[in-house]
Design a protein around this ligand. Structure first.
Ligand code: GLO
Ligand code: MG
Length: 346
């Protein structure tokens, strides 16, 4: 177990969201990118994650040259602030061309749009000093099973991944699985699916994954087991730590707020796998509650980090030797209680 990892923290501009939900409008006024970057600095975070159009707004209306110019300007800006760009993700779920999915759309022109836009994302990432691309395959799935050919969809996903891998031979693609929402069923719902898909591509070494706690829970899986599984393949290149109360809409709650024991198990799994020692960041994909007032707008991020650090302390002070003795005696009853009491400070 690596005991001395100094974790570095990250979030994205979308994590300072305005409170809109399907049933009502925003509850906080929109803020500029500058305001969000200043908030990130003030909170003492190290890095920011980006969608392609967080980095270059209105990306679809701009020329390649303009996109590159703006990416270079942003890089200068980030350097000036001492902030790293952790990754860039193509936002393939807003544009009309992605209504029926992006890489797996039934319309060839729309599939091409998705690939072209993804290549731009890779270019932006490179200019921002990162080769890590996150692929949350938001609309790659179906609302009704008969609408798409599942086997063909996998071929199309592989074609898209191959196009990206060839576009930049240094790019690394981290697939962020999620089983549902916005789709009824997504084609890549779990880490197992993501890593299996990697093996169909032209360069499996450069296709890995990102685990989001809430997405694993929505798939009925334990996020800590997903972490151990991905790390067994050396494929955990980023995490979106957060929390989720049961099987409902994706809640993106503060890390540890619903299930502290699961938070403990996730941090323990990260620690035992040396996560963070190869340049990986602890990213929080969390949102403020809709009720959050403007003056409390960044607290879900500060709280997630604080909880992570407090849970880390619990992981590092857990009596591992005592636990091993209980395991050797198959006394899981006592082990169970020991974990509970440790978390309760006894
Ligand atoms: C939604 C995802 C989303 C992604 C982000 C980066 O459920 O978690 O927030 O992480 O768009 O691609
Ligand atoms: Mg996420």
């Amino acid at each position: 177990m690596s005991r001395k990892t100094r974790y570095r923290y990250c979030f994205g501009p979308w994590n300072l969201s305005e409170g809109q939900d399907p049933y009502g409008p925003t509850t906080r006024p929109a803020q500029s990118f500058d305001w969000k970057l200043a908030a990130l600095k003030k909170l003492g975070f190290d890095a920011m994650m980006f969608h392609d159009d967080d980095a270059v707004p209105d990306i679809d209306t701009k020329s390649e040259a303009q996109i590159r110019k703006e990416a270079r300007e942003l890089k200068k800006r980030l350097d000036g602030e001492g902030i790293v760009a952790e990754m860039v993700a193509p936002r393939l779920w807003f544009h009309p061309n992605t209504v029926d999915g992006a890489y797996t759309s039934n319309d060839k022109k729309h599939r091409q749009y998705a690939i072209d836009r993804s290549k731009r994302t890779l270019d932006i990432a490179h200019l921002l000093g990162t080769e890590l691309i996150v692929l949350w395959l938001a609309r790659e799935g179906t609302y009704i099973r008969e609408a798409k050919d599942g086997r063909r969809s996998i071929e199309l996903l592989v074609e898209a991944l191959d196009a990206m891998l060839s576009h930049n031979p240094r790019a690394r693609l981290a697939i962020e699985p999620k089983p549902n929402e916005p789709m009824d069923h997504a084609y890549v719902p779990t880490i197992g699916h993501a890593l299996a898909l990697a093996h169909l591509t032209c360069d499996p070494k450069r296709v890995g994954c990102l685990i989001e706690s809430a997405h694993a829970i929505l798939a009925g899986l334990d996020p800590a087991d997903e972490i151990d599984f991905a790390c067994s393949f050396n494929k955990l290149w980023s995490v979106h730590l957060n929390d989720q109360n049961g099987l409902k809409y994706d809640q993106d709650r503060p890390f540890g707020c619903t299930n502290l024991r699961s938070a403990f198990d996730q941090v323990r799994a990260l620690e035992r796998n040396g996560y963070g020692t190869r340049g990986e960041y602890i990213c929080f994909d969390v949102h403020p509650f809709r009720t959050t007032k403007v003056e409390h707008w960044t607290e879900h991020l500060a709280n997630s980090r604080r909880t992570f650090e407090l849970v880390l302390e619990k992981v590092r002070t857990f009596d591992e030797k005592g636990a091993r003795a209980l395991i050797a005696n198959r006394d899981y009853q006592a082990l169970d209680q020991r974990v509970i009491e440790h978390l309760l400070g006894k």
